[in-house]
Design a protein around this ligand. Structure first.
Ligand code: SF4
Length: 223
């Protein structure tokens, strides 16, 4: 069984609650979505068997917080993930899954081997992806078995009603999870700041813990 992998590298996590943690990144090729703000559409990949990927991961010998399985969408390779997660957990690695939060059947199959789920919420008004709330709800119901936090890109076009949907979802399914609001790095930050303050206030009133964390890797030019 092979998976298409765009790149393997080590760096620091550039977003979310584990910002700054050193990780080994495995970026899977391809995605089931097509967000308007997507900046990870590589055109090259190499094919790996699980054992081949494991051998490459073993070459990284520093102390790492975890292995980040990212994309694209890593859950497109669920059967491959099952095998590689078994190999890397035997080697003492923690597993951090970065996902768009839609492939809930696939997550069910591997959740027992995941430590942290960094789950996107695709706000329709930000991502241009239409209504994914039902898929996000089903996904979060599985993810909540483990540590999970949520991330949403906020653009000038983002509507308050999407934030309110997110608040309802988190309160219903995983009330202790944190929602990270990420300003779209390609838009005017001054304009976005006003919206972010307003959204944070709405989230506080909705009793969902929320923080604003920019995508630092983009600002710093990190991978
Ligand atoms: S889910 Fe992520 S990788 Fe997939 S299209 Fe959207 S931004 Fe790009």
């Amino acid at each position: 069984m092979k998976a298409r992998i765009s790149e393997i590298f080590d760096s620091v996590q550039g977003e979310g609650l584990y910002l700054g943690e050193k990780q080994i990144f495995v970026r899977f090729f391809n995605c089931n979505l097509s967000c308007t703000y997507c900046d990870t559409k590589p055109d090259r990949f190499m094919e790996y068997e699980p054992q081949e990927l494991f051998e490459e991961i073993k070459l990284y010998r520093d102390k790492y917080h975890s292995v980040s399985f990212t994309g694209g969408e890593p859950l497109l390779y669920k059967d491959f993930l099952k095998e590689i997660l078994e190999l890397t957990s035997g080697h003492g690695h923690k597993h951090y899954l970065e996902t768009n939060g839609t492939l809930f059947f696939e997550l069910e199959d591997i959740i027992d081997r995941i430590d942290i789920v960094a789950m996107d919420l695709k706000f329709p008004s930000s991502s241009g992806m239409g209504n994914l709330w039902n898929m996000h709800r089903k996904f979060l119901k599985v993810a909540v078995q483990k540590e999970v936090f949520l991330k949403a890109i906020i653009c000038q076009a983002t509507l308050e009603e999407d934030l309110r949907q997110a608040i309802d979802l988190i309160r219903d399914v995983s009330p202790s999870s944190v929602l990270v609001l990420q300003p779209n790095s390609y838009e005017n930050q001054l304009v976005l700041n006003e919206k972010l303050s307003q959204f944070k206030e709405i989230a506080i009133q909705g009793k969902v813990t929320t923080c604003v964390i920019p995508q630092i890797h983009k600002i710093m030019g990190l991978k």
